[in-house]
Design a protein around this ligand. Structure first.
Ligand SMILES: Cc1cc2nc3c(=O)[nH]c(=O)nc-3n(C[C@H](O)[C@H](O)[C@H](O)COP(=O)(O)OP(=O)(O)OC[C@H]3O[C@@H](n4cnc5c(N)ncnc54)[C@H](O)[C@@H]3O)c2cc1C
Length: 503
């Protein structure tokens, strides 16, 4: 290790999205003595909610659970549009002065841990000045989301180059795209497609949702009547807590019912569809998936807007496969043709683990697929590093808030006992390795091999269960036998001079 002078912070957060701003809040309030900074690869705050700009962009879970535990969501809509969510994140950052500690345009590419020095050396590439920046930190908190920012996923459809109209991916929605009066085909059946279709249908000549196979789609009120009623009688914080717990319980109930009694859940979803779609609509072809509910993420539509657009004739669903793009649209395997002026490939994300960082521990390169995650937030054999990854069956922030609380407890515990290093054990041969996410969705299956594994039992198993995680992460023992703590190693001869940064 060279003796260069590095700027040092106690905790370095990677990413200024929903999770990174939440992490900074928790550090400020629970570990006030710690110095910290955020390195953000882009030029702005908000992550997902700043990147995605397609028409109608909104949450597909309620804001009482997607919002932070510490900051009530006070707007009337519980399924909120992207710009309101972005405003909420930005306000949190500015009111707490977090935004002043973000270094923008710093993409972190590598982190090297030295046990002798009990610190990470982190390398970032600046996208504005093209400089390489190095910093050191005692603890690294990766809040980099779960997918690639530079491009979404588009399958290699035959004949794409022949199409004379515009092809657009929702992750890079062109500001100048005028779809008014145009024929639009949206390829896909996930959350993005079901959001786009009714919104585009308000101005387009017609919108066709072209899907290979159907998804489960459930309508929810955009404004939660119970939450709004509670707000009228309770102060904001208390009302938020009630609305939050109500949402947690309803979501858990729906997930448990889907897993234990899939037939009953299918019947419930079906009844909702029959009520909202025109009579005689071919539900079996277009809305009856081949898998069980929650084998893939359930799609929510606020106030049945997708079904209303279908009922009004401004949108329709086609279930078929693409044979080829043509000059004027799409030729399908059934022989049918779809004419289009604009084709939107709502075909998903490219997943990316831990912000794409390359890790090394004492000179040994870490291969993420060979690691096992500890409590779904640290990695076996990787010291002083946590990551924020939310639930797949409930709102992201529920888990990330708990992860932040745990990290703060861990840091305070280490200070109290004079520890400088905490490392979840490396692979225990009695724990079987399982995929990190047990979803059958294409975007998960395409990338799951590049992610750390989860284990077959606690604390390596991801239970995706909020009440259980409250017990484990908020109240569970930190010294649990699977986490190893160490005190400072004897002084190292070539220890570099370190520059403290105020937090
Ligand atoms: C369209 C869409 C809708 C969604 N809707 C919901 C929903 O309704 N409910 C829900 O629970 N979840 C939803 N999600 C998941 C969503 O991503 C999370 O809810 C949440 O926004 C993630 O926040 P985050 O801060 O962890 O990650 P992100 O929002 O992805 O932010 C990560 C930040 O880290 C930065 N970053 C990444 N890598 C690096 C690096 N190496 N160096 C420096 N900076 C880096 C990025 O630039 C970004 O700013 C949705 C996702 C998408 C794409």
């Amino acid at each position: 290790m060279s003796c260069e002078q590095l700027e040092h912070v106690d905790v370095l957060i990677v990413g200024a999205g929903l999770s990174g701003i939440g992490a900074a809040h928790h550090l400020r309030s629970d570990c006030p003595g710690k110095t910290w900074a955020i390195l953000e690869g882009r030029g702005s705050i908000g992550g997902t909610w700043d990147l995605f700009r397609y028409p109608g962009i909104r949450s597909d879970s309620d804001m009482f659970t997607l919002g932070y535990s510490f900051r009530p969501w006070t707007e009337s809509r519980s399924i909120a549009d992207g710009s309101s969510i972005l405003r909420y994140i930005r306000q949190t950052a500015s009111e707490e002065g977090i935004d002043k500690q973000i270094r923008f345009n710093h993409r972190v590419v590598r982190a090297e841990w030295s046990t002798a020095r009990a610190r990470w050396t982190v390398t970032a590439q600046r996208s504005d000045t093209l400089e390489t920046v190095r910093m050191s930190c005692g603890f690294l908190f990766v809040c980099g989301g779960y997918y690639r920012y530079d491009e979404g996923y588009t399958p290699d459809f035959p004949g794409m180059e022949r199409f004379a109209g515009r092809i657009v991916h929702p992750q890079q929605w062109p500001e100048d795209l005028d779809y008014a009066g145009k024929r639009v085909v949206v390829i896909g059946s996930g959350a993005t497609a079901v959001t786009l279709v009714p919104t585009l249908a308000q101005r387009a000549a017609h919108v066709t949702m072209l899907q290979r196979s159907p998804s489960y789609i459930v309508s929810l009120p955009a404004e939660d009547p119970i939450a709004n009623a509670v707000r009228r009688v309770l102060p904001a914080r208390a009302a938020y807590a009630v609305a939050r717990w109500k949402s947690v319980l309803v979501t858990m109930l729906s997930f448990q019912l889907s897993r234990r009694r899939p037939g009953a859940m299918k019947a419930l979803v079906r009844r909702g569809l029959e009520r909202r779609l025109p009579s005689g609509y071919d539900i079996d072809t277009h809305f009856k998936p081949r898998y069980d509910p929650w084998d893939q993420r359930l799609c929510l539509v606020p106030d049945g807007d997708l079904f209303a657009a279908i009922g009004a004739g401004s949108a329709s669903v086609v279930t078929d496969r693409i044979e080829t793009f043509t000059e004027t649209g799409l030729k399908l395997e059934s022989g049918a043709e779809l004419e289009a002026d604009v084709i939107v490939t709502a075909t998903g994300l490219n997943l990316l683990a831990l912000g794409g960082l390359q890790f090394a521990v004492d000179g040994r390169e870490i291969e993420l697929p060979e690691t096992m995650s500890y409590k779904g937030m640290m990695l076996g054999g990787v010291p002083n590093m946590a990551f924020a990854l939310g639930y797949t069956n409930a709102s992201w922030t529920l888990k990330c808030d708990l992860t932040c609380e745990y990290v703060c407890r861990l840091l305070n515990h280490m200070d109290e006992h004079g520890y400088v290093q905490c490392t979840p054990h490396n692979r225990d041969p009695s724990v079987a390795a399982l995929p990190a996410i047990d979803f059958s969705s294409g975007y998960v299956l395409r990338a799951i091999d590049q992610f750390p594994k989860q284990g077959s039992r606690a604390p390596w198993r991801l239970y995706q269960n909020y009440p259980r995680d409250i017990l484990g992460l908020r109240y569970g023992a930190l010294e649990d036998g699977a986490m190893e703590f160490a005190r400072a190693a004897p002084a190292v001869a070539d220890e570099p001079e370190l520059l403290a940064v105020s937090g």
